[in-house]
Structures are given as structure tokens and as C-alpha cells.
Design a protein around this ligand. Structure first.
Ligand code: BGC
Length: 747
């Protein structure tokens, strides 16, 4: 009898908890009890239809960021309580009008959340995220997100679909532009910085918005770099590489996650309960909610794991996808599925609880119009402080790839400068893809930036020369004439802003169109030539890297890009950015990333049978972590505080960095580690620390890093996250290739 009672209590407890998870993570803040009580009370009042309504999200009219399924009258649906959130509606007036429909026309007055892709700015557009990450400046990255949140929240938005934290090892994939590159360590720190920037310390403040870590998971590992394509990776690689920034985002308190479009090993992420329930909600104890990607619930029919919308809805809701963005499968099917016993009510209650929790945290129940203050909107959008920060971020993001003979910086006066190329006068392209309410007209082009800087001190002769992706060469002659008259040549070449981002994979990632041919013609004339590159991904440019003496990687630098480039070109700022993504020599090398495995036959020039190509080197064109300055830095005296690391006693690694050139400058000092023998194979190098330090010319500084046993953990042969005793190599340097080496033993 006693045992039966025990069993009954136990099963009741399991039932209560099974909608979510009973495994509490140790860092989780205790739930706000008052809020949970309010949610309980609301849930008790809600009908099944009202609950499913909360799980449904529609897109508005300001922007369309996916295929159109628009067969519903959104306004009527909102008034009936069939909608929990909308995306792509902005501006205090619009948001107020629509929020009013939800709050005043529905039975329970539950407010909507308003989502938008605020990826690198709302109207004040910062450099694209890949570029920002090249600053290795976490404070600046956090501040960029803070400013984006300030502007977005002033215009009615309280939820951004950012940060995008997908690790990308394949530059053909257009969405590499939206993330922080190839490294899980740096990617995790950037993810956390962005989450903190968007969310601040208090989600209910009127200038913070809830963040969304996307695309969960491994979207960046699409086969062939083709967007939306199949992913098949091991659980170990998933956890060691792709999940790490997501975990960091969850630990930083990120309020929401978004599913990815891809499958992993046969299971689409939207219906993947291992990802959503076991790992995210249970292991990591994530308390927020998961939104599908645009239409991804319905896309499980195309994937071939659901026969129809009902199947797709059942699969996604059961797996732990809490909100359906735009596919309408939940709206049309979930109520029936629950009534027929095909979807357990506990999943609906758990999803709705999570969604309501975020609405409470945003303060929407206290004041649904909290983010609708037209005064704030008027004062904050394009605020001068924001513009200034965007320019500073652009300067920090740019990477000097080559500077033969110290052509850069250029002198400001007494020169004729030929400015050539399809991106020289472009304003639109400066803001890059996924630029929310950004407008090309707000942006400073390179031409404008140069003119403003030089005034009458030097003469600028501009010729477009050719288009970005066109084959037409009729402009070549004008460009060549301009070059003949000039002392210095500035080339502005690259991709258009829409050549990276979603659905923008490229099979050939060289300079599009005839741009490289034009460069070849110009180089023949033998004048000092500088190439400014605009692009959202690494490009394959081996000839250019060998023949164009100076190359500045400007990415898509944002609203003040032209000014920032001018500052760098003329020495008012010294470049300090470092690559967060490897530049390959050729397409055939892809995927090429610094933290690869050694293989059983690592390349050796002395043996034929080693891992290599017959027709290409294994080396990158520019390695991860690489970037030049106007000064030079010398590394010396790598020291470890001990040759043995025991237990929880940390080790200090110190290196001396000397500024041996003629400019005060900043250097990103990088620390890498290699675990020499593991129960499973380990990468040849892994970033474990970095510091961006200002060093005056002639000065030497000692830069120290602390390494702990926890830094050495990975998923071992039994999939336990542990460190293993043995030898470790330590490397310090200004990029992942040119390093000093030391070693220690973990006991
Ligand atoms: C993209 C997401 C984006 C969503 C909403 C999708 O197509 O993959 O990154 O947040 O649209 O715009």
C-alpha cells in the first residue's frame, strides 16, 4: 500500500515536470515565483484555442523575410486571440495599433511580442556581424548590440532574431556574414556579448529587447556551403564546435532560441527533441522559448518526415518547438491534434508557459505599450552617439591583409588619387545584408568619406570601371585613363550587399564579374595601388594577394563606413582587426579552418603518401587570427608559470610583445593550445584566450593569460566533458600560424 502511494506521488511529480525538464542546471537563477503564479493563473483561464494562439506567429507588412503564406487576415486573427507574436512590423504607431487589437479586443488581453531581425543595427547600421567579430573587442560588440536594442525598442520592437551564433567553416555559405566566424571559443564570447548588449540587465526596461540565439543547430555545416542544405555531423563535433556558442548564449540568459532549417543526420532541427528537449531545455535548463525558423515547421513535409501539416505540427510541438513562425501548421492543426490525443497537453502548457514568461519579463503585462513612445523614437533613431559608435566599430573591424612597401597610410595632400571600382561611390552596399531599417541614403560611401577627409588637399578622379557582377568592360578605358593621371590608385571592389546573407551561397567565391580583370589591367601600369575590399565572406583572391601591394578588408562597414575607411587609409586610425575566418587559396580547399585535426598522415614534403593536394597547398591564403598593422610587433619570451598543471591550480602563460614600428597601435595577442594525446583526436590548435592591448611605439608589454583545467575539457571517448592528463602545447602569437611555442603537463 505504502509503495503504491509512493509510486503514485512519484508519477504525479514526473507528470508535473515532464512538460519541461526536472534537471536543474546549477547556474540557473530561481524562477520568479510571483511571475510563475501569474502564469499559472492565466493558464487556468485559457482555452485550448487561446493557448495554441500564443504559439502562432505571423509576419506583418514592413518586410518579408521568407516565402509568403499570406492567406489569413492577420488583424482578424489577432482580435480573435489566434496570434502570440508578430514579426516585421515596426514603428511606434503601427505597433501601438496592433498591440491594441491584442490587448483590448481579446478575452484575456494578452499582449503580443514584436520581433524583427535587428542583426547589426536597427537604423544606425553597424558593420556586418562577421566584420564586428574581427575587432576581437567584446565591449564594442556588446555596445553595438546595446545601441541596436536602444533604437529598435524605441520603435516598438521588443524581440530581435539575433545573435546568429552559427559556426561557419565554409565561406561559400552566404550566412557566414551574419555570425562570428569559425572559432567556437571566440564565437561563444561574441554570442554572450551580443546577448548582454541586446538584453541589458533588465528585460523590462524600455530600452532592452529579448535576444534570440539562432539557428539551432549546425546550420553553418550545410553540405557544399549551400543554404538550407543537409547537415550530417557527429554528436562530438556538434557539441565541441557547433553547440558551444549556443550554450554560451543560454548561459548569458538569452531569452529565446530559433530552430535551424537543416536536418542533422536525418532529423530536421524543428522536430529534433534531442536538440530541443534533451540538450537545450533539460541539460542547459533553458527557461525561455523556441521559435521555429520561417515556415520550418511546414518544411518538415519537404524534408520527408511529415506527410502533411498535421504531422509536421505534431512533430514540432512534441519535440519542443514552442512557436510556429509563419507556417500556420500550429494554427490549423494543433487544437485538433490535442483533442485527438495525438499531442500531449503538457507540451502545449509548457510552450505557452515559456512564451508568457518572456512576455512577463519584458514587462508587457504591466504596460503593453512600453516600447511605443514616439518621443524616444524621434530622439534615438540615428542619434549622433550611435553614429559615432558605428564609425568606431567600423575602424576596429577592418583587417589590413597586405601592405607591401608600406604604401599605407597615404599622405593627405598634393596627390591625385584615382578612385576606381563599382563600390567606390555605393552607399547602399555599405550597410550590408540583413540591415533592418537601414537605408543606403544614410550611409557614407567611400567617395564621400574621402572627399570629406581630403577637401582640396588632394584631387580625386573617380571612374566606376565596371559593375559588380556584370561582364561589361566598356568602362575599363575610362578607369585606365584616370589611373594614368594619378599618383595613387584606390580600388573599391568586392561583392554587392545581397551576395551574402540568406539564400546567397556562391559556388565560386572570387571577385565577381570582370573586377579582377580590371585590376590586372591597372596593375600593369605599375602605380602604387591599394585595394579596399567589400564583402560578406572570405574571397578566393590568390592573384590579387600576390600582385596588389596593399589590401584593406573593409567588409560591409555600415553607415559610417566611408569615413572609417578614409581614417585608416590616411593614417588617422591604425588598423587592428584580425580575421575570424580563414581565407583559402582556392575553392577546392574548402572547408579550411585553423582548428582542424592532424590526421594519421599529416602533410610532409618528404613523403608522397601524406594528406595533401597534387595541385594546391594545404595552407590558407590568410590564416585565422591574421591582420597587419601600420606598425610591427615582435613576440618573445614565452613563459609558463609551471611545467605542470595540477588539479584546479591554474597556470599563467606570459609573452612579451614589442611594438617595433613607428605607430602606437593595438595588437590582438592570441593564445592557442594543443592537447597532444587524447582518448579521441584533438585539433592541432584551439584558441583559448586573447587580449587586445594598446602598445606604444618602441614599448614592450608582458601579456599574461590564465589557463585552467576547465579550459582543457572536451567530449571524451565516452562523451563526458572532461580534461585528460598528459602533454599540452601552448602557442602565443599575433595570428594562428606565426606563434611561439611552449608546453606543460596536466597531472
Ligand atoms: C531566417 C531567420 C530570420 C527569419 C525571420 C528566416 O528566413 O532564416 O534568420 O530570423 O527569417 O525574418
Amino acid at each position: 500500500m505504502k509503495t503504491k502511494l509512493h509510486l503514485l506521488i512519484l508519477s504525479f511529480a514526473i507528470l508535473l515536470l515532464s512538460g519541461s525538464c526536472n534537471k536543474q542546471g546549477k547556474n540557473t537563477p530561481p524562477e520568479d515565483k510571483m511571475t510563475e503564479k501569474k502564469i499559472d493563473a492565466l493558464l487556468r483561464q485559457m482555452t485550448l484555442e487561446e493557448k495554441v494562439g500564443q504559439m502562432n506567429q505571423y509576419s506583418g507588412w514592413v518586410d518579408t523575410t521568407g516565402p509568403n503564406f499570406g492567406d489569413k487576415n492577420i488583424f482578424e486573427e489577432i482580435k480573435k486571440g489566434w496570434v502570440g507574436s508578430v514579426l516585421n512590423i515596426t514603428g511606434t504607431e503601427n505597433v501601438r495599433m496592433i498591440q491594441h487589437m491584442a490587448v483590448d479586443c481579446t478575452r484575456l488581453h494578452i499582449p503580443l511580442i514584436f520581433g524583427l531581425d535587428v542583426i547589426h543595427g536597427y537604423r544606425t547600421i553597424f558593420p556586418v556581424p562577421l566584420a564586428e567579430a574581427c575587432s576581437w573587442d567584446l565591449e564594442a560588440i556588446e555596445q553595438g548590440a546595446r545601441i541596436a536594442a536602444t533604437e529598435a525598442s524605441s520603435a516598438g520592437i521588443n524581440w530581435t532574431f539575433a545573435p546568429m551564433v552559427d559556426i561557419a567553416r565554409d565561406p561559400r555559405w552566404g550566412r557566414i556574414m551574419e555570425g562570428a566566424g569559425e572559432d567556437p571559443y571566440l564565437g561563444s564570447l561574441v554570442a554572450a556579448a551580443r546577448v548582454k548588449g541586446f538584453q541589458g540587465n533588465d528585460l523590462s526596461a524600455d530600452n532592452t529587447i529579448v535576444a534570440c540565439a539562432k539557428h539551432y543547430a549546425a546550420y553553418g555545416a550545410a553540405e557544399g556551403g549551400r543554404d538550407y542544405n543537409t547537415v550530417d555531423i557527429s554528436e562530438r563535433t556538434l557539441r565541441d564546435v557547433y553547440l558551444r556558442p549556443f550554450k554560451a548564449a543560454a548561459e548569458a540568459g538569452c531569452g529565446t532560441f530559433m530552430n535551424s532549417f537543416n536536418e542533422i543526420g536525418g532529423i530536421p532541427s524543428t522536430g529534433n527533441s534531442h536538440l530541443l528537449r534533451d540538450i537545450l531545455k533539460c541539460e542547459w535548463n533553458f527557461r525561455g522559448f523556441v521559435v521555429s525558423d520561417w515556415g520550418s515547421v511546414g518544411e518538415m513535409i519537404n524534408h520527408g518526415v511529415a506527410a502533411n501539416k498535421a504531422d509536421a505540427a505534431a512533430l514540432a510541438a512534441t519535440a519542443g518547438c514552442d512557436m510556429d513562425m509563419e507556417s500556420r501548421c500550429y494554427r490549423e492543426e494543433l487544437v485538433n491534434l490535442v483533442r485527438q490525443g495525438k499531442v500531449d497537453m503538457k507540451y502545449i502548457d509548457d510552450a505557452v508557459r515559456r512564451i508568457l514568461r518572456i512576455k512577463f519579463q519584458l514587462g508587457l503585462f504591466d504596460d503593453p505599450y512600453r516600447y511605443c513612445n514616439p518621443e524616444r523614437e524621434k530622439n534615438l533613431i540615428l542619434h549622433p552617439d550611435h553614429l559615432k559608435a558605428a564609425k568606431e566599430m567600423a575602424i576596429k573591424s577592418m583587417v589590413l591583409l597586405r601592405n607591401e612597401g608600406n604604401i599605407l597610410p597615404l599622405k593627405k595632400s598634393g596627390q591625385t588619387i584615382a578612385l576606381i571600382g563599382p563600390l567606390a561611390a555605393s552607399k547602399d552596399d555599405m550597410i550590408g545584408g540583413w540591415s533592418a531599417l537601414g537605408q543606403g541614403n544614410d550611409a557614407v560611401s567611400l567617395y564621400e568619406g574621402l572627399t570629406a577627409k581630403l577637401g582640396n588637399a588632394s584631387r580625386i578622379v573617380y571612374a566606376r570601371g565596371c559593375g559588380i557582377a556584370e561582364e561589361n568592360r566598356t568602362g575599363f578605358q575610362e578607369a585606365i585613363n584616370a589611373v594614368r593621371k594619378a599618383d595613387v590608385i584606390l580600388l573599391a571592389m568586392g561583392e554587392s550587399r545581397h551576395m551574402s546573407g540568406e539564400a546567397s551561397s556562391r559556388a565560386c567565391i572570387d571577385l565577381p564579374g570582370v573586377q579582377e580583370d580590371l585590376i590586372k589591367e591597372i596593375i600593369k601600369l605599375g602605380k602604387p595601388t591599394v585595394l579596399v575590399l567589400f564583402n560578406g565572406r572570405p574571397l578566393v583572391i590568390p592573384w590579387i594577394a600576390e600582385h596588389v601591394p596593399a589590401i584593406l578588408e573593409a567588409w560591409f562597414p555600415g553607415i559610417r563606413g566611408g569615413e572609417a575607411i578614409a581614417d585608416i587609409l590616411f593614417g588617422d586610425a591604425v588598423p587592428s582587426g584580425k580575421l575570424v575566418t580563414t581565407f583559402p587559396h582556392s575553392i577546392g580547399q574548402i572547408p579550411l579552418y585553423y582548428n582542424h585535426k592532424n590526421t594519421g598522415r599529416p602533410y610532409s614534403p618528404d613523403s608522397y603518401y601524406t594528406s595533401r593536394y597534387l595541385d594546391e597547398t594545404n595552407d590558407p591564403l590568410f590564416p585565422f587570427g591574421y591582420g597587419l598593422s601600420y606598425t610591427t610587433f615582435a613576440y618573445s619570451g614565452l613563459q609558463l608559470s609551471d611545467s605542470v598543471m595540477t588539479g584546479n591550480k591554474p597556470l599563467t602563460v606570459t609573452v612579451t610583445v614589442t611594438n617595433t614600428g613607428n605607430y602606437d597601435a593595438e595588437e590582438v595577442v592570441q593564445l592557442y593550445v594543443r592537447d597532444m594525446v587524447g582518448s579521441v583526436t584533438r585539433p592541432v590548435k584551439e584558441l583559448k584566450g586573447f587580449k587586445k592591448v594598446p602598445i606604444k611605439k618602441g614599448e614592450s608589454v608582458k601579456v599574461s593569460f590564465t589557463l585552467t583545467e576547465a579550459d582543457l575539457r572536451f567530449y571524451d571517448i565516452n562523451m563526458n566533458f572532461v580534461s585528460e592528463p598528459g602533454e599540452f602545447r601552448v602557442y602565443a602569437g599575433g595570428n594562428s600560424r606565426d606563434v611561439l611555442e611552449g608546453s606543460f603537463w596536466l597531472k
